[in-house]
Write a new protein. Structure first.
Length: 88
């Protein structure tokens, strides 16, 4: 539903654009999301990353499998948002 999409967008985008650089789940796993330059994501960049996940899923999850062939281990949504997921 629309409200679920909005809640998910705000949760993930605000968390990943915060100084913590990660959602609760990523923090538990010791991961953080940064720009390709290693900086904190802007809210816009985190939003682009969130909505790009829809594309990664719609193409039969191939957007996620891209990381297996990416030098920087980026998924499709990371490439679109120019972001990286790193071990903290």
């Amino acid at each position: 539903s629309t409200s679920t999409l909005i809640i998910g967008w705000l949760y993930f985008s605000l968390q990943e654009a915060s100084s913590r650089r990660a959602s609760l789940g990523k923090r538990v796993l010791g991961l953080s999301v940064v720009s390709e330059e290693g900086e904190q994501l802007s809210f816009t960049q985190a939003s682009i990353r969130y909505f790009s996940k829809i594309l990664s899923v719609l193409i039969l999850f191939l957007g996620y499998f891209m990381m297996l062939f990416s030098h920087k281990k980026q998924t499709l949504h990371d490439k679109i948002a120019k972001s990286l997921v790193l071990k903290s």
